[in-house]
Design a protein around this ligand. Structure first.
Ligand code: ZN
Length: 160
């Protein structure tokens, strides 16, 4: 069965950056199950997977535009440190939730300078070329319920 929209696919993958550093891998938590074509994966990787079948292995380099987006300097800004409530000590690299007109957003603290904190709303992998090693583990039809829910039902899956 070849991968096409609305099929359930399981992949093993290793993701590296340009320097060959491993950013993410399915080795620890097992193959990643997803429904093809519903936007669960970044667009560039879905494109590479289309038409592949179980057992296929491939490598792909995906440009930021087809991954987590280009890095946008406009998404970086300073706020006063005393604007943060909560008990957590602010640390570099910490992710904080912000309320915006478009709902909650996640920002990363990229600098702390006295009373001023720099927040970056870019995805941590924005501007990064993504080097994937992928192995297709399984391709199967989705159940009606999986398509309705928009996610894969694996053993132990809980419904809310
Ligand atoms: Zn469900």
């Amino acid at each position: 069965m070849k991968i096409e929209n609305n099929l359930v696919v399981q992949i093993h993958y290793t993701l590296k950056d340009d320097q060959g550093e491993i950013l993410d891998s399915s080795a620890e938590h097992g193959p990643l199950p997803y429904i093809h074509g519903v936007g669960a994966l970044i667009p560039g990787l879905e494109k590479e997977l289309t038409g592949k079948k179980a057992g296929d292995k491939f490598t792909a380099v995906i440009a930021p535009a087809d991954g987590y987006g280009d890095y946008d300097k406009e998404q970086v800004f300073q706020v006063p440190a005393d604007g943060f409530d909560g008990d957590d000590e602010l640390e570099l690299g910490m992710q904080v939730q912000l309320d915006s007109e478009n709902g909650p957003m996640t920002a990363t603290i990229t600098a702390i300078d006295g009373e001023e904190v720099t927040l970056d709303l870019n995805h941590p992998l924005a501007g990064v070329s993504l080097h994937f090693d992928v192995e297709v583990v399984e391709v199967r039809e989705a159940t009606k319920q999986e398509l309705e829910h928009g996610h894969v039902h694996t053993p132990g899956h809980h419904h809310h």
